[in-house]
Design a protein around this ligand. Structure first.
Ligand code: ADP
Ligand code: MG
Length: 234
């Protein structure tokens, strides 16, 4: 039987006159690597904010894990990075993760394993303030993985990184996905979604332009109403 991690139905968000999310529906099955693709302002972050319970929806519904858990219980099984990584600058990577474990009541035993996944084992005793943006982002991913979430949500994780940093983050996402973790990745980069994701929801002005497999999107590019200017912005 298929197991649905997240189901969104007819979601709307209005900020005054701005219809930021306009009738978005989406089902993410266990093991999917789902992209939300769209130019800046298309409603990606707002959609993520709603399902993470940090933005209030205007109308519509969403259910985590087939509605089997209360939202706050469900969100304990969700790892999310929706802001710039923010840790204590004068503490080491490992000390920062120990603090996260302490605050969230997670066993410290996972720290070494997660530092390994993000390729930071050899820098675990370095202070956070010495890290590049890419390393900070990787530490944030390790932190979000500490409790072995069912799904990892990332909002534009490669923004601002150099090509090597971008490559590293994409490889880490693929590694985490290959280990069975479901992924939801918001991105404005078409090639990022093509390289990393199995499924994609394409948004423009908060509306769905396409929803399906990445393979079908590539096969049918041009069949859905993507205009040249949108493609460039994607
Ligand atoms: P994306 O993440 O795809 O760049 P957002 O979800 O951040 O898009 O924004 C969607 C639309 O909602 C944009 O027009 C944005 O200006 C607007 N918006 C987002 N957050 C707010 C807010 N707190 N108040 C008013 N408008 C907002
Ligand atoms: Mg955004």
């Amino acid at each position: 039987m298929k197991s649905t991690i997240l189901s969104i139905k007819n979601l709307h968000k209005r900020y005054g006159k701005i219809h930021a999310v306009n009738d978005v529906s989406l089902d993410i099955q266990k093991g999917n690597v789902y992209g939300i693709l769209g130019p800046n302002g298309s409603g990606k972050s707002t959609t993520l904010g709603i399902v993470l319970n940090v933005v209030n929806k205007t109308s519509g519904e969403y259910h985590w894990f087939d509605g089997t858990l209360e939202t706050h219980q469900a969100l304990k099984k969700v790892g999310a990075i929706i802001e710039r990584p923010n840790f204590y600058p004068y503490m080491t990577a490992k000390e920062n993760l120990e603090l996260v474990c302490k605050i969230k009541g997670i066993n410290y035993s996972k720290i070494e394993e997660k530092l390994e996944v993000v390729g930071l084992s050899d820098r675990k005793n370095s202070k956070f303030k010495t890290f590049s943006l890419g390393m900070k982002q990787r530490l944030a991913i390790a932190s979000a993985l500490l409790n072995d979430p069912e799904i990892l949500i990332l909002d534009e994780p490669t923004n601002g990184l150099d090509p090597q940093g971008i490559h590293q983050i994409r490889d880490i996402i693929k590694l985490i996905a290959s280990q069975g973790t479901t992924i939801l990745l918001a991105s404005h980069l078409l090639d990022e979604v093509e390289k990393v994701c199995s499924h994609v929801l394409v948004l423009r002005y908060g509306e769905i332009l396409y929803n399906g497999t990445v393979d079908d999107m590539i096969a049918h590019e041009g069949h859905f109403e993507l205009q040249a200017e949108d493609m460039e912005r994607l």
